[in-house]
Design a protein around this ligand. Structure first.
Ligand code: ADP
Ligand code: MG
Length: 392
């Protein structure tokens, strides 16, 4: 997958229409996590430094196709200006005559942030007419909204039909780290997949089994796999309707010679509660009245050993209920193993990234993806419409 990137365009005197993902958490009108805004700054600064002007667009929340100022970009524009270190104009709307004037007035080096693109139903419908109106605001289209790249919306995909289109640095980086995992990863390649459900991760398992040498299955989804192997899983999470899928996956992995690591011991709880004490179960078999809530120390050792020798590692999905302190150890130790690994390490998925941040290890990981759903779909081998539009 080769993308056309902003390095290949001369922005001098040009107006760039830049799609970013500023769908950040807000509390009492303040941005509580500015990671996504920071992630888009290199691209915007690059265009401004090259002598261009920038019209920025993003969605925020779910205004459902209506102008609802509860979802205005206003609080986000303040934080954006502060982080960019330059004034940012906030457009009066997304499209229309007023916005057209505001855009026309923009001079080289200036930035205008459009209102929430989801104020219009044409955005999520990928309406060609709406996309065309957006396209009139730029000489060139730049997409750096990796977190929304799995959606075929007007501002993420449709607009690329009307303008020369380039990937920003964030999308370039996401693809640079993730594409090789599906194509030709440095080996040995270890995939660590966890989280709550087989149903949401089976796609990524079935995709990565084609390129990886070892797959670790942890978290709540592991018990469905253990159950099909005939183990007792007590009251642990299980998806009965995915047992067949799980067993055919195990057969496929075996056929391909991919090693599968499943939990060999557990930390259990008597109830799914924050204050339930951890009970160590030093065997694969879980007693009838207990719930598996984290991988045990022997399993952790197996995972750490696999990661140690790996040249590439991808991790998606926590190993246990890490939100409860008594069941965070497995996830923490695996996160530390990735941080210590000398190979290429990639972490994707909302909760896994939250875990990495909670443990303050993000700067020791080669790449922490900014897109939960988008990174999952990417690793499933799906074509992301927002990225396809930028391919050479
Ligand atoms: P990600 O967002 O990284 O892709 P998921 O959303 O698939 O991860 O799963 C994260 C959730 O899985 C967490 O809320 C975590 O508590 C839950 N989880 C992990 N292990 C277990 C378990 N043993 N039982 C129930 N839930 C679990
Ligand atoms: Mg999640």
């Amino acid at each position: 997958m080769v993308l056309q990137t902003i390095r290949e365009y001369d922005f001098s005197g040009k107006r760039a229409l830049v799609r970013v993902d500023f769908n950040v958490p807000l509390k009492d009108g303040k941005v509580t996590d500015d990671t996504r805004i920071r992630a888009a700054l290199p691209t915007i600064k690059y265009i401004l430094d090259a002598g261009g002007s920038v019209v920025v667009m993003s969605h925020f929340g779910r205004p459902k196709g209506k102008r609802n100022l509860e979802f205005s970009m206003a609080p986000i524009s303040k934080k954006f200006a502060e982080l960019l270190g330059r004034p940012v104009g906030l457009a009066s709307d997304v499209i229309g005559d007023d916005v057209t004037k505001e855009v026309k007035n923009l001079k080289s080096g200036e930035v205008l942030l459009l209102e929430n693109v989801r104020f219009y139903p044409g955005e999520e419908k990928n309406d060609p007419e709406f996309a065309k109106q957006l396209s009139l605001f730029g000489d060139v289209y730049v997409n750096d909204a990796f977190g929304t790249a799995h959606r075929a919306h007007a501002s993420t995909a449709g607009v690329a039909q009307y303008l020369p289109s380039y990937a920003g640095f964030l999308i370039e980086k996401e693809v640079k780290f993730m594409a090789p995992l599906l194509e030709n990863p440095d080996k040995p390649f270890v995939a660590i997949i966890g989280g709550s459900k087989v149903s949401s991760k089976i796609g990524v398992l079935e995709s990565l089994v084609n390129t990886c040498d070892t797959i670790v299955i942890g978290g709540g989804m592991a018990y469905t796999f253990l159950a099909v192997q005939g183990h007792t899983i007590g009251k642990s999470l299980v998806e009965e309707e995915f047992k067949d899928t799980a067993s055919s996956f195990l057969a496929k992995a075996k056929e391909k010679g991919v090693e599968v690591i499943l939990p060999v011991d557990h930390l259990c709880g008597a109830a799914f509660k924050e204050d339930t004490p951890a009970i160590a179960v030093d065997s694969v078999e879980i007693p009838q009245d207990l719930i598996g809530m984290d991988i045990g120390p022997k399993t952790v050792k197996l995972v750490v050993a696999a990661v140690e020798g790996a040249k590439s590692v991808v991790w998606n999905g926590p190993m246990g209920v890490f939100e409860f302190d008594a069941f965070a150890e497995g996830t923490l130790t695996v996160a530390k193993a990735l941080a210590a690994c000398k190979g290429i390490t990639v972490v994707g998925g909302g909760d896994s990234v939250a875990a990495i941040n909670k443990f303050d290890l993000a700067d020791k990981i080669s790449h922490v993806s900014t897109g939960g759903g988008a990174s999952l779909e990417f690793l499933e081998g799906k074509v992301l419409p927002g990225i396809k539009a930028l391919e050479k």
